[in-house]
Design a protein around this ligand. Structure first.
Ligand code: GTP
Ligand code: MG
Length: 205
Protein backbone atom coordinates (compact mmCIF):
# COMPACT_ATOMS: atom_id res chain seq x y z
CA UNK A 1 0.00 0.00 0.00
CA UNK A 2 1.15 3.47 -0.74
CA UNK A 3 -0.31 6.66 0.61
CA UNK A 4 0.24 10.35 0.94
CA UNK A 5 3.03 11.59 3.19
CA UNK A 6 0.43 12.91 5.62
CA UNK A 7 -0.56 9.29 6.34
CA UNK A 8 2.76 8.84 8.18
CA UNK A 9 2.06 8.33 11.88
CA UNK A 10 4.94 10.75 12.60
CA UNK A 11 3.11 13.55 10.76
CA UNK A 12 0.61 13.78 13.60
CA UNK A 13 3.31 14.51 16.18
CA UNK A 14 4.86 17.86 17.01
CA UNK A 15 8.48 18.21 15.88
CA UNK A 16 11.15 20.75 16.85
CA UNK A 17 14.57 21.47 15.41
CA UNK A 18 17.02 21.01 18.31
CA UNK A 19 20.20 22.12 16.54
CA UNK A 20 23.10 21.40 14.18
CA UNK A 21 26.18 19.93 15.81
CA UNK A 22 29.66 19.26 14.46
CA UNK A 23 30.36 16.66 17.14
CA UNK A 24 28.66 13.29 16.56
CA UNK A 25 29.03 12.58 20.30
CA UNK A 26 26.93 15.64 21.26
CA UNK A 27 24.93 15.02 24.43
CA UNK A 28 21.23 15.63 24.03
CA UNK A 29 19.02 16.62 26.92
CA UNK A 30 16.72 14.91 27.69
CA UNK A 31 18.17 11.52 26.81
CA UNK A 32 15.69 9.78 24.49
CA UNK A 33 15.83 7.02 21.85
CA UNK A 34 17.36 8.19 18.58
CA UNK A 35 16.84 7.19 14.95
CA UNK A 36 19.50 8.29 12.47
CA UNK A 37 19.35 8.68 8.69
CA UNK A 38 22.48 7.44 6.90
CA UNK A 39 23.22 7.26 3.18
CA UNK A 40 25.11 8.63 0.20
CA UNK A 41 25.04 12.32 -0.51
CA UNK A 42 21.96 13.24 -2.50
CA UNK A 43 20.21 9.92 -1.80
CA UNK A 44 17.31 11.83 -0.22
CA UNK A 45 17.88 11.65 3.58
CA UNK A 46 16.67 15.16 4.37
CA UNK A 47 13.72 14.83 1.97
CA UNK A 48 12.70 11.53 3.56
CA UNK A 49 12.85 12.98 7.06
CA UNK A 50 10.67 15.89 5.95
CA UNK A 51 8.13 13.54 4.30
CA UNK A 52 7.97 11.34 7.38
CA UNK A 53 7.13 14.24 9.68
CA UNK A 54 4.98 15.98 7.05
CA UNK A 55 7.02 19.22 7.17
CA UNK A 56 8.43 19.91 3.67
CA UNK A 57 10.88 22.64 4.66
CA UNK A 58 12.18 21.26 7.96
CA UNK A 59 15.53 19.67 7.01
CA UNK A 60 17.40 21.43 4.23
CA UNK A 61 17.20 19.73 0.82
CA UNK A 62 19.39 20.44 -2.20
CA UNK A 63 20.13 19.14 -5.67
CA UNK A 64 23.82 19.73 -4.89
CA UNK A 65 25.29 16.77 -2.99
CA UNK A 66 26.85 17.51 0.36
CA UNK A 67 24.12 19.88 1.55
CA UNK A 68 23.94 18.47 5.06
CA UNK A 69 27.35 18.87 6.70
CA UNK A 70 26.48 18.73 10.38
CA UNK A 71 24.58 16.40 12.68
CA UNK A 72 21.05 17.86 12.58
CA UNK A 73 18.78 16.86 15.43
CA UNK A 74 14.97 16.97 15.46
CA UNK A 75 12.90 16.21 18.51
CA UNK A 76 9.54 14.46 18.53
CA UNK A 77 7.81 14.03 21.89
CA UNK A 78 9.49 10.75 22.85
CA UNK A 79 12.45 10.35 20.47
CA UNK A 80 14.93 12.15 18.22
CA UNK A 81 15.39 11.95 14.45
CA UNK A 82 18.95 12.68 13.37
CA UNK A 83 19.81 13.82 9.85
CA UNK A 84 23.46 13.03 9.13
CA UNK A 85 25.72 14.28 6.36
CA UNK A 86 25.99 12.04 3.31
CA UNK A 87 28.94 9.91 2.31
CA UNK A 88 30.47 8.98 -1.02
CA UNK A 89 30.21 12.43 -2.50
CA UNK A 90 31.65 11.87 -6.03
CA UNK A 91 34.27 14.59 -5.75
CA UNK A 92 35.14 13.90 -2.12
CA UNK A 93 38.85 13.68 -1.37
CA UNK A 94 40.44 10.75 0.43
CA UNK A 95 40.65 12.75 3.63
CA UNK A 96 36.97 13.73 3.39
CA UNK A 97 36.15 10.04 2.99
CA UNK A 98 38.12 8.98 6.04
CA UNK A 99 36.72 11.97 7.94
CA UNK A 100 33.20 10.79 7.20
CA UNK A 101 34.04 7.27 8.26
CA UNK A 102 35.44 8.58 11.54
CA UNK A 103 32.29 10.66 12.11
CA UNK A 104 30.00 7.71 11.55
CA UNK A 105 32.13 5.35 13.66
CA UNK A 106 32.14 7.84 16.50
CA UNK A 107 28.41 8.38 16.07
CA UNK A 108 27.64 4.65 16.16
CA UNK A 109 29.91 3.97 19.10
CA UNK A 110 28.90 6.90 21.33
CA UNK A 111 25.12 7.10 20.91
CA UNK A 112 24.02 4.74 23.65
CA UNK A 113 20.31 5.35 22.99
CA UNK A 114 20.51 4.87 19.21
CA UNK A 115 17.42 2.73 18.60
CA UNK A 116 18.04 2.27 14.90
CA UNK A 117 19.62 3.43 11.69
CA UNK A 118 17.57 4.20 8.60
CA UNK A 119 20.02 3.33 5.80
CA UNK A 120 19.08 4.82 2.45
CA UNK A 121 19.99 3.58 -1.02
CA UNK A 122 18.87 5.06 -4.34
CA UNK A 123 16.68 2.46 -6.06
CA UNK A 124 18.34 3.23 -9.41
CA UNK A 125 21.92 2.40 -8.45
CA UNK A 126 23.77 -0.74 -7.39
CA UNK A 127 25.48 -0.43 -3.98
CA UNK A 128 28.70 1.61 -4.31
CA UNK A 129 32.04 0.80 -2.68
CA UNK A 130 31.17 3.42 -0.08
CA UNK A 131 27.79 1.78 0.56
CA UNK A 132 29.62 -1.51 1.19
CA UNK A 133 32.00 0.11 3.64
CA UNK A 134 29.11 1.72 5.49
CA UNK A 135 27.20 -1.56 5.56
CA UNK A 136 30.20 -3.17 7.28
CA UNK A 137 30.25 -0.39 9.88
CA UNK A 138 26.52 -0.76 10.47
CA UNK A 139 26.73 -4.53 10.83
CA UNK A 140 29.69 -4.19 13.20
CA UNK A 141 27.76 -1.66 15.31
CA UNK A 142 25.03 -4.27 15.94
CA UNK A 143 22.39 -1.55 15.73
CA UNK A 144 19.03 -2.36 14.13
CA UNK A 145 19.05 -1.16 10.52
CA UNK A 146 16.03 -0.31 8.37
CA UNK A 147 17.19 -0.51 4.75
CA UNK A 148 15.23 1.91 2.60
CA UNK A 149 15.22 2.43 -1.16
CA UNK A 150 14.62 6.04 -2.16
CA UNK A 151 13.26 7.79 -5.26
CA UNK A 152 10.98 4.89 -6.24
CA UNK A 153 8.99 7.41 -8.33
CA UNK A 154 11.88 7.43 -10.83
CA UNK A 155 10.94 3.89 -11.94
CA UNK A 156 7.77 2.13 -13.04
CA UNK A 157 6.12 -0.49 -10.83
CA UNK A 158 7.72 -3.53 -12.48
CA UNK A 159 11.19 -1.98 -12.48
CA UNK A 160 10.78 -1.06 -8.80
CA UNK A 161 10.16 -4.70 -7.90
CA UNK A 162 13.05 -5.94 -10.02
CA UNK A 163 15.48 -3.38 -8.61
CA UNK A 164 14.36 -4.08 -5.04
CA UNK A 165 15.04 -7.80 -5.53
CA UNK A 166 18.43 -7.14 -7.12
CA UNK A 167 19.48 -4.74 -4.38
CA UNK A 168 18.30 -7.09 -1.64
CA UNK A 169 20.37 -9.86 -3.18
CA UNK A 170 23.42 -7.64 -3.63
CA UNK A 171 23.23 -6.64 0.04
CA UNK A 172 22.49 -10.11 1.39
CA UNK A 173 19.08 -9.05 2.72
CA UNK A 174 15.63 -10.60 2.40
CA UNK A 175 13.14 -8.68 0.25
CA UNK A 176 11.09 -7.91 3.39
CA UNK A 177 14.08 -6.21 5.01
CA UNK A 178 13.97 -3.44 2.40
CA UNK A 179 11.29 -0.75 2.23
CA UNK A 180 10.54 1.18 -0.97
CA UNK A 181 9.87 4.88 -0.62
CA UNK A 182 9.39 8.08 -2.54
CA UNK A 183 9.42 11.46 -0.84
CA UNK A 184 7.97 12.89 -4.03
CA UNK A 185 4.93 10.61 -4.39
CA UNK A 186 4.59 9.65 -0.72
CA UNK A 187 4.88 5.94 -1.56
CA UNK A 188 6.02 3.83 1.39
CA UNK A 189 6.20 6.81 3.76
CA UNK A 190 3.38 5.69 6.05
CA UNK A 191 4.86 2.18 6.39
CA UNK A 192 8.33 3.53 7.10
CA UNK A 193 6.88 5.97 9.64
CA UNK A 194 5.23 3.04 11.42
CA UNK A 195 8.54 1.10 11.45
CA UNK A 196 10.38 4.09 12.88
CA UNK A 197 7.76 4.63 15.54
CA UNK A 198 7.96 0.95 16.50
CA UNK A 199 11.77 1.09 16.71
CA UNK A 200 11.70 4.31 18.75
CA UNK A 201 9.13 3.09 21.23
CA UNK A 202 10.44 -0.46 21.73
CA UNK A 203 13.67 0.99 23.13
CA UNK A 204 13.61 1.83 26.83
CA UNK A 205 16.01 4.74 27.12
N1 GTP B 1 12.41 12.17 -7.73
C1 GTP B 1 12.75 12.24 -6.44
N2 GTP B 1 13.70 13.11 -6.04
C2 GTP B 1 14.02 13.13 -4.73
C3 GTP B 1 13.41 12.26 -3.78
N3 GTP B 1 13.96 12.51 -2.56
C4 GTP B 1 14.88 13.48 -2.75
N4 GTP B 1 14.93 13.87 -4.06
C5 GTP B 1 15.80 14.91 -4.64
O1 GTP B 1 17.15 14.50 -4.45
C6 GTP B 1 17.99 15.63 -4.15
C7 GTP B 1 18.73 15.40 -2.82
O2 GTP B 1 17.79 15.36 -1.77
P1 GTP B 1 18.25 15.57 -0.24
O3 GTP B 1 17.07 15.19 0.60
O4 GTP B 1 18.84 16.91 -0.04
O5 GTP B 1 19.39 14.45 -0.11
P2 GTP B 1 20.39 14.18 1.11
O6 GTP B 1 20.61 12.71 1.13
O7 GTP B 1 19.87 14.81 2.36
O8 GTP B 1 21.71 14.92 0.60
P3 GTP B 1 22.98 15.45 1.45
O9 GTP B 1 22.45 16.26 2.60
O10 GTP B 1 23.73 16.25 0.45
O11 GTP B 1 23.73 14.23 1.90
C8 GTP B 1 17.06 16.84 -4.13
O12 GTP B 1 17.12 17.46 -5.40
C9 GTP B 1 15.69 16.23 -3.89
O13 GTP B 1 14.64 17.01 -4.38
C10 GTP B 1 12.38 11.36 -4.25
O14 GTP B 1 11.78 10.57 -3.50
N5 GTP B 1 12.12 11.40 -5.57
MG1 MG C 1 20.71 16.18 3.62
Amino acid sequence: MTGPASASPLARLPVDFVGSFPDPAVRLDPVLPELAFVGRSNVGKSSLLNSLVGRPGLARVSGTPGKTTLVNVFRLPTFYLIDLPGYGFARASKSARSGYRALLERFLSTRSTLAGVVWLLDIRHPPSADDRTIQELLVASERPVLAVLTKADKLGRAAQRTRARELAEALGLHDEQIQLTSSTSGAGIADLGASILAAATSEEA
